[in-house]
Design a protein around this ligand. Structure first.
Ligand code: 6PG
Length: 235
């Protein structure tokens, strides 16, 4: 049974304010408790305004490590790079921003293994995994395709996996590296941001269907014992 609490906003700006406040609080609490924080931030376009608000928070950023929940196998100079969006905002503040893809990887499987090795060196679990969701119900880079089962049901210790979505998503038609379901659910807190009525319907149904869901986010969240905060804005 997925325990989800919905927070609703009229527009993206109002949501950005609220989510930045929550994420700032999660980071502060981790810094108070452990002296350091590890957070995983989503890719795509919609989180950028929230990142900008979060960046204004007075936080000891040098003690904060940030990883993307997933990234596209592209150069950091490519506009599709998720880590580049994160780095642009948080590197100047002194945060440690760790890429999970490297251009040296021969293919997405090798990239997934390299990302996993990199993540194994971190102080786990993450204090926060913040997820976005595509209109097709993918989350992080967990998509339908030949790598879906490994992403969902691979060994518990595996933190990252290489993914070749099938079909390739229009907005970024490239191979990816993603946190696995186990890594996502290992987080101390889980937060989701989505906007618009269409995504809301997809997410509500995915949660209702749980393990039987036809879309990745339902399968990722199924059986989680973490309460989930879902922040939704109408626009
Ligand atoms: O593809 C990626 O890199 C993402 O991390 C992905 O899961 C993203 O969260 C959704 O595609 C939603 O993106 P938007 O919020 O921009 O619609």
């Amino acid at each position: 049974m997925i325990e989800a609490e919905w927070w609703e906003y009229d527009d993206a700006d109002e949501m950005a304010e609220a989510v930045a406040g929550d994420v700032g609080f999660i980071i502060e609490s981790a810094l108070d408790a452990r002296g350091q924080a590890l957070i995983a931030l989503p890719g795509g376009k919609s989180p950028a305004p929230i990142f900008a608000k979060l960046a204004a928070a007075k936080i000891k950023w040098k003690n904060v490590t940030i990883i993307p929940t997933d990234d596209r196998l592209v150069a950091v100079s490519d506009p599709l790079s998720n880590v580049a969006t994160i780095a642009k905002t948080f590197l100047p503040l002194g945060a440690r921003v760790l890429p999970i893809v490297s251009e040296a990887a021969a293919d997405h499987h090798a990239a997934g293994k390299a990302a996993d090795a990199r993540l194994q060196e971190l102080h786990w679990p993450p204090d926060l995994v913040w997820l976005g969701m595509g209109a097709d119900g993918h989350t992080a880079s967990i998509f339908p395709g030949p790598d879906l089962d490994e992403a969902l049901n691979g060994p518990n210790a595996r933190r990252a996996v290489g993914v070749m979505p099938d079909p390739l998503p229009k907005e970024a038609p490239v191979a990816r590296v993603s946190l696995t379901r186990a890594a996502i659910l290992s987080a101390r807190t889980l937060l989701i941001t989505v906007n618009g009525d269409a995504k809301r319907k997809v997410l509500e149904k995915a949660i209702e269907d749980g393990p039987l869901s036809s879309v990745p986010i339902g399968r990722v969240l199924a059986d989680t014992e973490l309460p989930i905060d879902i922040h939704w804005s109408a626009e």
